[in-house]
Design a protein around this ligand. Structure first.
Ligand SMILES: *[C@@H]1O[C@H](CO)[C@@H](O)[C@H](O)[C@H]1NC(C)=O
Ligand SMILES: *[C@@H]1O[C@H](CO)[C@@H](O)[C@H](O)[C@H]1NC(C)=O
Ligand SMILES: *[C@@H]1O[C@H](CO)[C@@H](O)[C@H](O)[C@H]1NC(C)=O
Ligand SMILES: *[C@@H]1O[C@H](CO)[C@@H](O)[C@H](O)[C@H]1NC(C)=O
Ligand SMILES: CC(=O)N[C@H]1CO[C@H](CO)[C@@H](O)[C@@H]1O
Length: 566
């Protein structure tokens, strides 16, 4: 393979291992409670009593009846197929057409129930709260080595219908109820191994101290493995998080060498090497994902860098006054559209033309490449290197550059925070973290605008009062009227500050309309940069991170690192 650049050859940090792990296992979803006799299901206009299993699955559909999903053809088809599997043979022969099923009575019953829950008395609410606290106390903690740690998600999701994002081909399928027989327990040999519920058995009990999950199972829709893990605030998670950003720092040290190498490889005689080098250029420059083999085909035709097809890019020798522009248009992770027009280096452009020669739109752009080849190459370049490390590296360095560029030392705290959010937004755009504008967006903007209008009126009033107080003081020339002027001045200042705060808030919200900041903040931005920026400008950390985020980033908040330049 390729020589490993010296700066990258430092050993990848050792995996974290625990010595002792004890926990109580998961909390299962409550069992199904059959509907009361008076809640009816109708087929073809006639009342029909369903078997318990068929009824349970029917209630999942009834609960979603007002949702657009239940009108979608794929959803209905998948649901009906899975529902029929739960029916008795008699039910199966009667219920043959979903359009003849009438769930409205069931749906009304659930709406009434949810209304009743909202109307619950204080005592009833208190009882539920106490029960939740009891569960948390019993199941919500584990002991790992000498620490008691919070568990992130100790409750197993109840069964229901799969939704998926975008136009997922599996939407409407039945997400099965998870049983103890599906569950793998991971704990240490010398701990109290959690007993399965009476009459049941665990699938397996393991003692693997190289992994940090406590419980796992395989879900039936995508066949993916689910885990119960520690809370992000736990010591071990903090260490993993820290390692991730340390790896990104190592990349910073050797990224120049890696770039020189892939530039060389654009000229390689071997097609495979050229394709790999162009793909790596995209990952570096555009923060694309490598593309996960498992997701492809299975889900709604989403692609990553390695699985791009000819139809996903257009080549423009010249576009809008720029040379060698590549136009990308494809569905990435979670069916989020990636659309971008980027000028690339001439050699990349020529290579792309070569890769596309004599191919159909549905052919692979990088036909000699797959994710395992690419990942293997990344490992050769630097231990621990993945496409995600490039994302983390670029996101963090972009945050730092943007903070330096956007922060105005003379700004007050709200304006500085706006700058921080703008820097965060630049990263979210880079990572393609879009969102649909929230449904309540227009309304909340209107509310904010009316607050601003009211504040402006208040300010005009306060200014008028100040003016007349000044005039008054000129005439009277006494101590009392001087004091009045002072206090009116202060009032004007206070209202001005409040107005400015509201206006900053409105700008922030407007700019944030279609961008999701949370993902990059939680997963890609080295928290040490944010902490150092807050320290430098005297911004309370609570203004940047909420409580959950402060717990997750406790390791960075406790660690004072001053060597950032802003
Ligand atoms: C199913 O029922 C609907 C509504 O009664 C009807 O319009 C449709 O033709 C039926 N489909 C089949 C395949 O029988
Ligand atoms: C990060 O990504 C941007 C946007 O594609 C790119 O222009 C920039 O060169 C990258 N920066 C670094 C330091 O990798
Ligand atoms: C990737 O390609 C290599 C070499 O062609 C092949 O051995 C390997 O099985 C492929 N991996 C996947 C996941 O397709
Ligand atoms: C903190 O912000 C995240 C979004 O990044 C949100 O999901 C979470 O609910 C918030 N937590 C609290 C305690 O406000
Ligand atoms: C001993 C054992 O089965 N270990 C498994 C624990 O789970 C991880 C996945 O997180 C597997 O990779 C290990 O093989």
């Amino acid at each position: 393979g390729n020589p490993v650049p010296a700066a990258c050859s430092k050993r990848y940090p050792e995996g974290i291992k625990w010595k002792f792990l004890e926990h109580k296992g998961p909390v299962f979803a409550p069992p199904y409670e059959p509907l009361p006799e008076n809640v009816k299901f109708y087929y073809d206009g006639k009342v029909m009593k369903l078997s318990t299993k068929a009824e349970e699955v029917a209630t999942f559909f009834a609960k979603m009846l007002d949702h657009e999903y239940t009108t979608k053809e794929i959803f209905r088809k998948n649901f009906f197929k899975d529902w029929r599997k739960e029916m008795t043979s008699e039910e199966k022969s009667t219920i043959t057409n979903l359009s003849k099923c009438d769930f409205t009575h069931m749906s009304q019953y659930f709406k009434a129930q949810s209304e009743a829950r909202k109307q619950m008395s204080k005592e009833e609410k208190q009882k539920i709260k106490e029960e939740n606290e009891r569960l948390l106390k019993e199941y919500g903690y584990c002991v790992m080595d000498n620490h008691k740690e919070r568990i992130a998600n100790f409750k197993i999701e109840p069964p229901g219908l799969f939704r998926g994002r975008g136009n997922h081909p599996k939407m409407g399928m039945l997400k099965r109820r998870i049983m103890p027989e599906d569950i793998i327990i991971n704990c240490s040999k010398d701990s109290k191994i959690p007993p399965p519920p009476p009459g049941h058995k665990w699938k397996e009990v393991r003692h693997d101290n190289k992994v940090t999950w406590l419980v796992s199972w395989t879900e039936n829709i995508q066949g993916s493995i689910k885990y119960i893990m520690l809370n992000p605030s736990s010591r071990i998670k903090g260490e993993k998080d820290w390692q991730k950003y340390e790896t990104a720092r190592r990349l910073k040290k050797c990224v120049d060498k890696i770039r020189n190498q892939y530039r060389e490889d654009w000229k390689s005689k071997e097609m495979k090497v050229r394709q790999r080098a162009v793909a790596l250029y995209f990952i570096d420059k555009l923060a694309l994902r490598a593309g996960n083999e498992k997701e492809e085909g299975e889900t709604a035709d989403t692609v990553g860098c390695c699985s791009l097809r000819v139809e996903h890019i257009k080549l423009h020798p010249e576009l809008d006054g720029q040379e060698y522009v590549v136009e990308f248009d494809f569905l990435g992770k979670d069916s989020i559209r990636y659309y971008n027009k980027v000028p690339v280096e001439k050699r990349v452009f020529k290579n792309l033309q070569l890769f596309m020669e004599n191919k159909q739109p549905e052919d692979d752009l990088f036909d000699r490449l797959n994710t395992s080849i690419l990942n293997k190459h990344l490992q050769d370049l630097m231990e621990g290197l993945t496409a995600k490390v490039f994302r983390t590296y670029n996101a963090s360095i972009t945050l730092q550059q943007q903070l330096k560029e956007l922060t105005n030392p003379d700004d007050n705290i709200p304006a500085k925070i706006l700058s921080y959010n703008r820097a965060n937004r630049a990263v979210a755009i880079l990572c393609n973290h879009q969102r649909a504008p929230p449904k309540t967006f227009e309304k909340s903007m209107m509310n904010l605008q009316s607050k601003i209008d009211a504040k402006k009126e208040q300010l005009a009033d306060a200014r008028r009062e100040l003016k007349s107080a000044k005039a008054d003081a000129k005439v009277r020339r006494d101590e009392k009227s001087k004091k009045t002027v002072e206090s009116k001045k202060k009032a004007v200042q206070r209202i001005e500050e409040q107005l400015m705060k509201l206006e900053v808030q409105a700008t922030d919200r407007e700019e944030n309309k279609q961008i999701a900041l949370g993902t990059s903040k939680l997963n890609y931005l080295d928290p040490r940069i944010s902490v150092a920026w807050c320290k430098k400008w005297g911004i309370p950390i609570e203004k940047i991170y909420n409580k959950t985020q402060r717990e997750k980033f406790a390791w960075a908040i406790d660690m004072a690192e001053e060597d950032y330049e802003f």
